[in-house]
Design a protein around this ligand. Structure first.
Ligand SMILES: *[C@@H]1O[C@H](CO)[C@@H](O)[C@H](O)[C@H]1NC(C)=O
Ligand SMILES: *[C@@H]1O[C@H](CO)[C@@H](O)[C@H](O)[C@H]1NC(C)=O
Length: 292
């Protein structure tokens, strides 16, 4: 082959490789997700643009992605049950399966009328959790859809609400701490009753006379590496400019660091890194490192 043919072939191959390497999905329920439990309580609307989950005394409902991913950016727009949502928990999370699992969680804990939802976040790495941070929100999450995102790359995990970072969990393998890195994770969303603990420590129970409760989800954006290709696909040295891959290097710029500080100083209501009672004064090692 002439050298121009060789380079053309190489060019075509690299286009193909970058196309298959990252799964970019504009988000349709039917394409990427399936109902996991509570069939009768899950309604897919508008040709797969929206799903609503209902909760009554008999059941809640949940859905999960058909595929598993290893690193990526995952967006979900959620509108929560308004009014008295005490006892209910609405979730959006990533999780691997099996022992020593990895997990990255958003959970929305309902409240009585007029009291704020709590956003609960957590990270499990090789089965170790106990890394909770909780927030209130600077808006009413029941009036409209808002975007909740998880950025998971080889260096860090970033939790975002409407593009504002609310939490960064850094990869500190350099000091021997586990980081979710070698297990692919599925995407899950559920709506269920947890009135034994969810609201004001379990004191406020679900009022079933108000059922069914509803949580709505839409805009199922996935920009991620397929589970089978994770580490090579997510490595930051390649495809820096590929469309939709900016999450691979994503950190926080100065404005985003300020925004994170604003959220954490005004809206954080629990931080495991300050919980000396739970950890018997011996705070987890990552707490001694900058979280930004
Ligand atoms: C990868 O995951 C397995 C299974 O959970 C875990 O036991 C192992 O320590 C991990 N290996 C590395 C290098 O992180
Ligand atoms: C519910 O409201 C109370 C009182 O405002 C607040 O302290 C609490 O964080 C809220 N969220 C939950 C889940 O209890």
């Amino acid at each position: 082959m002439s050298s121009s043919k060789v380079s053309m072939l190489f060019f075509l191959c690299s286009i193909t490789i970058s196309l298959v390497a990252v799964v970019a999905s504009a988000g349709n329920f039917y394409q990427d997700y399936e109902v996991m439990f509570g069939d009768q309580h899950a309604k897919v609307l508008e040709n797969g643009q929206i799903i609503t989950l209902a909760l009554d005394k008999s059941s809640g409902a949940g859905f999960k992605s058909k595929n598993a991913y290893l690193f990526g950016k995952f967006d979900m727009q959620i509108k929560l049950q308004p009014g008295n949502s005490a006892g209910t928990v609405t979730t959006f999370y990533l999780s691997s399966s099996g022992a020593n699992h990895d997990e990255i969680d958003f959970e929305f804990l309902g409240n009585s009328t007029g009291e704020p939802y709590t956003i609960h976040t957590n990270v499990y790495a090789q089965g170790q959790g106990l890394k909770e941070q909780q927030f209130h929100l600077w808006f009413d999450p029941t009036q409209d859809f808002h975007t909740y995102s998880i950025v998971w790359n080889t260096k860090r995990i970033i939790f975002l609400v409407d593009d504002s970072p609310i939490r960064v969990f850094n990869n500190l393998e350099s000091i021997g701490l586990p980081f979710p890195k070698n297990q692919s994770m599925g995407i899950y969303a559920t709506f269920w009753n947890a009135d034994d603990w969810a609201t004001q420590g379990g004191r406020v129970k679900t009022d079933w006379s108000l059922a069914p409760f509803t949580a709505s989800y839409r805009n199922f954006n996935i920009n991620a590496c397929p589970g089978s290709q994770g580490p090579s696909c997510a490595s930051t040295s390649t495809e820096r400019s590929a469309v939709g891959s900016s999450w691979k290097n994503q950190g926080l710029n100065a404005a985003e660091r300020n925004r994170l500080r604003w959220v954490q100083s005004k809206f954080m209501v629990y931080d495991y890194c300050t919980d000396r009672i739970k950890f018997n004064k011996d705070l987890p090692r990552e707490c001694k490192h900058s979280r930004i």
